[in-house]
Write a new protein. Structure first.
Length: 360
């Protein structure tokens, strides 16, 4: 029996500056979707006021399909957020009262498929748009894995069965035929995007394939030709596997007891980071005005500024230099008497490799 599967929309390939080395390109592909560690991700559930309007087949009429989910469905999602949080990661999930405060906005449009923005892709969605949809009843047996899978995407994880290290040789036409039928009814493009397209090495979660990952699809027999051991199908774990836990803890290690160093205007601080590493700084502005916060050096970085509100960091501004010739920098208004946190994650370095951060 074929299960209903996650259907991500194919995104345009990222554009990077020409002439990047393979090392830089791989680091950018690996890190561009990941949040900076220490981020509080706020999630919000759409209510009955929001809906999609879709045509009714064969009638020429339109039908309104609400995005709201029932209380039991929302509780399953909350519990799945708690399960990921329980792995000890350095990200925090918090339910928001206002969609304008939420980075993750969750709908339950029946028949709309289950999907999610991958990591920081969520920031490019409009505030009235969903970043995640759960298209069927997730309170049923075995459906908890659907929610855990979508939250994995929200954390920046990709489909594990598409890893270039999996070595899977598919019977392509059998896969197309299987997923064109019920319950998925996928087009060939959707099947290629979510199953048959092999990811670039930099996009993969690790250099070793994890068939037990919650990000691997379950498949029945006859779809995989090689390796022989998977001709009978794939049966991944219903929850985060040990390798999933290792991946998220590598990108989002729990915060230590030490407080971040302080940034003083016009005084640069060396970073000394390795690829994938992060440095955090506090800023307590001596006066209220517009400030620039930026990095320096031969490096690819993402820089994010948060404002602490009641002890909780809220996203204020961010910039990813995306492998270009300029460094990451933001122009932002800081208010005296308030506390801000600057987080810088390094993708890669070149040249002298020396990097620094400063506000001015």
């Amino acid at each position: 029996m074929t299960r209903r599967l996650c259907a991500l929309v194919r995104r345009p390939a990222p554009c990077f500056a020409p002439g990047l080395t393979a090392e830089r390109l791989g680091a950018l592909l690996a890190g561009r979707r990941m949040w900076v560690d220490g981020t509080v991700l706020h999630y919000w559930f759409f209510d009955g006021c929001d809906a999609s309007v879709i045509p009714v087949p064969g009638t020429g009429e339109l039908r309104r399909v609400p995005w709201a989910g029932g209380a039991e469905q929302r509780d399953v999602v909350r519990d799945c957020f708690r399960e990921w949080q329980g792995l000890g990661i350095g990200l925090t999930f918090a339910e928001a009262d206002d969609r304008a405060e939420a980075e993750l906005r969750i709908g339950f449009q029946a028949g709309g498929g289950s999907w999610s923005a991958v990591g920081r892709e969520a920031l490019s969605a409009g505030r009235s748009e969903r970043t995640m949809n759960l298209g069927w009843d997730v309170t049923g047996p075995g459906e908890r894995g659907t929610v855990l899978h979508q939250i994995g995407h929200a954390l920046g994880m990709v489909h594990e069965h598409q890893s270039p290290y999996a070595g899977l040789h598919w019977d392509d036409e059998a896969v197309y035929a299987e997923l064109a039928g019920p319950p998925n009814h996928w087009s060939r493009e959707t099947t290629y995007t979510n199953v048959l397209r092999e990811l670039d090495a930099g996009e993969a979660s690790a250099s070793v394939w994890d068939p037990q990952s919650v990000m691997t699809f379950p498949f029945g027999p006859g779809l995989v030709l090689e390796p022989e051991q998977y001709r009978g199908g794939l049966s991944p774990s219903a929850g985060p596997s040990p390798a999933d836990k290792e991946f998220v803890l590598r990108w989002y290690p729990p915060a230590g007891p030490a407080r971040p160093a302080g940034l003083v205007p016009f005084r640069s601080v060396p970073l000394g980071l390795g690829p994938g590493e992060q440095a955090d700084f506090t800023v307590e502005p001596p006066e209220t005005r517009e400030y620039t916060v930026g990095t320096f050096g031969d490096a690819d970085t993402v820089l994010v500024v948060f404002e602490e509100r009641d002890g909780v960091p809220r996203f204020l501004a961010g910039h990813d230099d995306g492998g270009g010739p300029d460094n990451a920098a933001v122009r932002v208004r800081l208010v005296r008497g308030r506390r801000y946190v600057v987080r810088v994650r390094l993708y890669s370095t070149w040249g002298c490799g020396q990097t620094a951060v400063m506000c001015w």
